[in-house]
Design a protein around this ligand. Sequence first.
Ligand code: GTP
Ligand code: MG
Length: 245
Amino acid sequence: MSGKEMDKTLVLIKPDALKNSLTGYVLSILSEFHTGLCFAATKIVQVNRILADEHYAEHRGKVFFDPLIEYIMGQSHYPKEPNKQRVIAIVYLGADAVKKVRDIAGPTNPHVAREQKPGCVRALGTIVPLKNAADEVVGTRMDNLIHASATDEEAEREIKLWFKPNDIPPFLRSYPVKQSDLHYYYKGKKLFTSHEPGSICLLAPGDLAWESDLDTLQGIKNGKPGAQSLESVAAKYLINEIREV
Ligand code: GTP
Ligand code: MG
């Protein structure tokens, strides 16, 4: 496979889709038979705040940001059942992957989706009014069942945010990778190259990493941080991690 055949996109089956048992439906409608796309990687993730915040970084500061973070973390749909707070993350691969999946997902707003594109996945979603303690409506949450990358650039950022290189079979990876020649540890939003009590080891010498992540870590270590944040690299190494960092 090469060129367009290697287009990739990230799909998240969100907590509302899991709660409504729509996983099978989403997998069917996105299947190779219907879309020509195939799986490159998948994982079940209990979304922590760092990952949620990085994934939706472009929406920081907006009125719907906090409810959006609670939604993707599964706290809105399963407030008392942490064991059910999860999403399914899938990398799909194939020609026009981004456009094909966005078309099937449909418009962001489920009401618009129902009006403009009956039959799309998000037409099955809902809009939830959010109330304050005095029972007044103070905002809304769009429960739209799936996430789909909007552009090839967004797909690359998101796939590297959710997946390590080794989560994807070698022939299906297309972003450059590199071996780490250092230990990198993370604790309290800081990076260390030797072990700190309570820290989590992100990478050890010989481990394969996205080249862009290693560039970021190297820059931070040398006191020259770039555009990419430490959290955007660390997040995938903290997936399904239960220790506090
Ligand atoms: P994703 O695939 O989830 O990224 O959706 P999108 O690309 O169609 O939309 P966008 O990235 O702009 O927004 C991300 C998520 O924020 C959406 O899926 C919605 O849940 C939520 N959202 C976006 N715009 C609004 C808004 O105007 N109001 C509210 N309440 N939520 C919004
Ligand atoms: Mg988006």
